[in-house]
Design a protein around this ligand. Structure first.
Ligand code: SF4
Length: 329
């Protein structure tokens, strides 16, 4: 059953289940809703890097931090299409474009992004964007251009949010997610662990996601990759068990969502990634970079798929199967 009325107490109970039982329970639910051998391969390209006016403590692209990230203005449409073709040829079925903007502005750059979406649309991949805050009108324009999904992470709990970002608030986040949802674009929203938050904050974020009127179709779970020059540069890395606990709880709360094992995968060996898949993760990002932080190389992922007998999930699978991915009921 798909539920949107989870209580914090219920989620706390699930989250604190002894880890092997938690994995077992999540794996059981995963098998009821997904083919456990299938994992979607996505590619994330930074189409505009650095120089961002926001102050997200984890992000090397914030202009105010001194990091090694090289800024570049918005890429040309042709460059993006070329990258997407390469990603497709390497097995990706979802292509996500990220721009280091606080919000979308109605200017020539946005028109260019709309052209990118239109160009990518004919390539048979799910097209996703992450461009910052979005008005209902901008969401509609993206939808009309053919955008399949929009990513806007909650990052952490409402209570911990101010510790990480001060230039916008949690309500802004939720508003953009609502604008995306209303436009008919598939919602991608998750968060990051390892930023100094407590278990209660992790539970709080999952509670917000799992009690949205409709669950996000896609839930990325990221482990912080501390980057020199950012306020979180000295943060201790999270253990694989913390990732597994997040993934398994997300899988149980939002059974139909694609749970994406995202940043932080570079440090995981095959066994650790296998545990994440067993706990319900069914998507990875391929390519040697995840926006600006390192990610496993394509060949390593091919080997991973072979070793674990995984197969890449095709694009638009739910749509092709006639399932309404935009409904929870
Ligand atoms: S996470 Fe996004 S909004 Fe925050 S500083 Fe980085 S690019 Fe800007």
């Amino acid at each position: 059953m798909i539920r949107n009325d989870w209580t914090r107490e219920e989620i706390t109970g699930i989250f604190n289940t002894p880890v092997l039982d938690l994995i077992h329970n999540a794996a059981t639910i995963h098998r009821q809703h997904h083919d456990p051998q299938e994992v979607q391969v996505c590619t994330l390209l930074s189409v505009k890097t650095g120089g961002c006016p926001e102050d997200c403590s984890y992000c090397p692209q914030a202009a105010r931090y001194h990091t090694a990230v090289k800024t570049h203005k918005l890429l040309e449409v042709s460059e993006v299409l070329e990258s997407a073709q390469h990603a497709k040829d390497s097995g990706s079925t979802r292509f996500c474009m990220g721009a280091a903007w606080r919000e979308v502005r109605d200017n020539r750059d946005f028109d260019k992004v709309l052209d990118m979406v239109k160009g990518l649309n004919g390539m048979g991949m799910e097209v996703c964007c992450t461009l910052g805050m979005l008005t209902p009108e901008q969401a509609t324009k993206l939808k009309q251009a053919g955008l399949y999904a929009y990513n806007h992470n909650l990052d952490t709990s409402a209570e911990f949010y101010d510790e990480i970002i001060t230039t916008r608030n949690y309500g802004d986040r939720l508003e953009t997610i609502e604008n995306v949802r209303k436009s008919g674009i598939s919602v991608c929203a998750g968060g990051i662990i390892g930023m100094g938050e407590s278990a209660t904050d992790r539970i709080g974020m999952l509670h917000t996601l799992a009690t949205l009127p409709q669950h996000p179709e896609s839930v990325p779970v990221n482990a912080l990759v501390p980057v020199e020059g950012t306020p979180l540069e000295d943060q201790e890395r999270v253990s694989v068990w913390e990732m597994v606990r997040m993934i398994a709880t997300a899988r149980i709360l939002m059974p139909r969502a694609m749970v994406r094992l995202s940043a932080g995968r570079i440090r995981m060996n095959t066994e650790e990634q296998a545990l994440c898949f067993l706990a319900g993760a069914n998507s990875i990002f391929s390519g040697d970079k995840l926006l600006t932080t390192p990610n496993p190389e394509i060949n390593a992922d091919k080997q991973l798929f072979q070793t674990l007998n995984l197969k890449p999930r095709q694009s638009f699978k739910d749509a092709l199967a006639g399932k309404n991915t935009l409904a929870n009921a």
